[in-house]
Design a protein around this ligand. Structure first.
Ligand code: HEC
Ligand code: HEC
Length: 384
């Protein structure tokens, strides 16, 4: 990844007994469904405790936050479920569109209320700095607050935006989406990186809100309290003021750039002089046989739209650990710029590696790629 954490490779999703990936790809969606051959790892991933739901943080983030501030983001009822080596780099580097000459400005630290001023006061204007202060300030939330039905051991000041979007990126902290009922149909949601929100036009994997300001306001009013206004009132919702707070927070978020991709030219395509043969073949497949570029349009590899991939064509509805595997509906085309830095993949983190995403799309788009073509596509995506 950008600061050197190893990128995990290989297909990690297990095949059902008795079939190979190539044999599976030769079958129709209906045959895969009727014979129950859809790999279990391609089904929607349940929340670590689907019935309980709510915000859950990985251990590295909990430990570093405790070390800096004594604020404990441990839940008494459950732990985060994915192993550390599959998560994004921590702490993640930070690239500012206004000061790309500086490279990573994080100084290798997790940016918190305790250190943001020292790290940023000379490179942000006072308005941006105030926006950042609000992004690192904890506010009450459904599981972390002062009420008796909270999920922290002690009464709690709450969570900060950058507990999840750590250093403006992501730690893969997870949550359940607020707008679907009943609970068994609610999607697990991965924290998306905030890098590159300035070039995006839709926010939230399913909500498609139209501005960063709207999403910022919605997080604390809606998402923080699982879409239950009465709980927001009872547990102490922090109502942000649109003109002086939401706007400042959005302004800082819009400074967060994608990580450097030195092989890409101004069109977002590979410079042949800097690229290997496999990368060049991967690019050709991405724009040709793979049809990936229909939705992942350069230079940032998103069309800024939602698409319904209709993955439910391939499986019969089944309930796993409290999550009913049903239709996902339309989901945002996440940008693939910097994608090697943001595992796990898809809106619910069901795929651990880029190799998994290629096997997934090979089946979903019925592409019939061969083994070499799949490798080349992965190599290309790592260069983005
Ligand atoms: C649970 C940890 C968590 C916290 C805390 C959190 N977010 Fe998020 N954020 C998410 C998740 C998960 C999503 C994806 C939502 C979805 O898919 O519908 C998201 C989405 C977003 C998006 C849209 C990104 C995109 O690419 O579509 C923005 C902007 C955002 N959050 C800003 C904020 C701000 C500002 C705060 C603080 C007020 C905040 N977030 C607090 C987890 C968190
Ligand atoms: C019809 C539009 C469409 C096409 C074609 C398409 N994608 Fe996607 N892609 C999406 C959508 C929508 C998502 C989000 C799905 C989800 O989260 O459930 C996505 C997600 C991804 C992700 C994970 C992004 C993340 O941040 O988690 C990767 C990687 C990816 N696509 C690679 C590919 C590759 C490689 C191809 C070609 C073989 C391809 N896509 C073709 C629409 C498309």
């Amino acid at each position: 990844m950008s600061r050197g954490k190893p990128v995990q490779d290989g297909v990690r999703v297990k095949l059902p007994e008795g079939v190979s990936w190539a044999e599976l790809a030769a079958l129709s969606a209906e045959e895969i469904k009727q014979r129950n051959l859809w790999p279990a790892g391609f089904l929607p991933l349940p929340h670590p405790h689907h019935e309980a739901g709510g915000m859950v943080f990985p251990k590295v983030l909990i430990e570093e936050t405790k070390r800096q501030s004594a604020r404990d983001l441990t839940r008494v009822d459950l732990d985060f479920d994915l192993p550390e080596h599959f998560l994004p780099e921590f702490p993640a580097p930070i690239y500012l569109t206004t000061r790309l000459d500086l490279g990573d400005v994080s100084q290798g630290k997790l940016v918190t209320l305790d250190n943001f001023d020292e790290i940023f006061r000379d490179i942000l204007n006072p308005k941006q700095l105030e926006g950042l202060r609000l992004l690192v300030t904890p506010f009450p939330q459904q599981q972390f607050n002062a009420s008796a039905d909270r999920r922290s051991l002690k009464a709690h000041s709450g969570v900060a935006c950058f507990d999840c979007h750590a250093n403006g990126h992501t730690t893969a902290a997870t949550h359940t989406v607020g707008d679907i009922r009943p609970n068994e149909h609610r999607h697990r949601i991965d924290t998306p990186s905030l890098r590159g929100v300035n070039i995006q036009r839709l926010f939230g994997s399913q909500r498609a809100m139209k501005t960063i300001e709207d999403f910022t306001e919605f997080e604390q009013r809606g998402a923080y309290f699982d879409g239950i206004p009465a709980d927001a009132t009872r547990k102490g919702s922090n109502i942000l003021e649109r003109g002086s707070q939401v706007h400042f927070m959005a302004e800082f978020q819009a400074l967060l750039d994608f990580p450097p991709a030195p092989k890409l030219n101004l069109f977002g395509k590979l410079d042949p002089a800097k690229s290997g043969e496999s990368e060049m073949r991967g690019q050709e497949l991405f724009f040709g046989k793979g049809q990936c570029a229909t939705c992942h349009t350069p230079p940032y590899y998103t069309d800024n739209l939602m698409h319904n991939l209709k993955v439910e064509r391939f499986f019969k509805e089944v309930t796993i650990n409290g999550r009913r595997a049903s239709a996902d509906g339309p989901i945002k085309t996440f940008p693939l710029r910097g994608i090697k830095d943001s595992p796990p993949y898809l809106h619910d983190d069901r795929l651990l590696t880029l190799d998994d995403t290629v096997e997934f799309f090979n089946l979903v788009l019925e592409l019939k790629l061969n083994a070499q073509e799949k490798k080349d596509l992965v190599v290309f995506m790592r260069a983005l």
